[in-house]
Design a protein around this ligand. Sequence first.
Ligand code: FES
Length: 97
Amino acid sequence: MLNFFSKKDHKLVINGNQELILENKETVLNGALRHDIKFPHSCKVGGCGTCKCRLISGKVKEFTDKSYLLSKQEIAENYILACQSMPKSDVVIEIPN
Ligand code: FES
């Protein structure tokens, strides 16, 4: 069977209604922006928290410690920083209003 996507490409679903394919080693934020999705962000280096979103399902590799930006409750609710998170599987996220 032909597979048009690399095995390391992952599907990203945002807010249950936007679905896209992220390239290998692409962060959640960069992938969303590459697909012209309006994703809240500012610094892109893990310093502002603007890109926080809730990981509903899937696994990500996080590049920085998010505990200094996110509250204990947000961490308990599985919030991540999109600019610092690279999918390790297909992922579903929710961007807070
Ligand atoms: S854009 Fe600032 S922490 Fe992600």
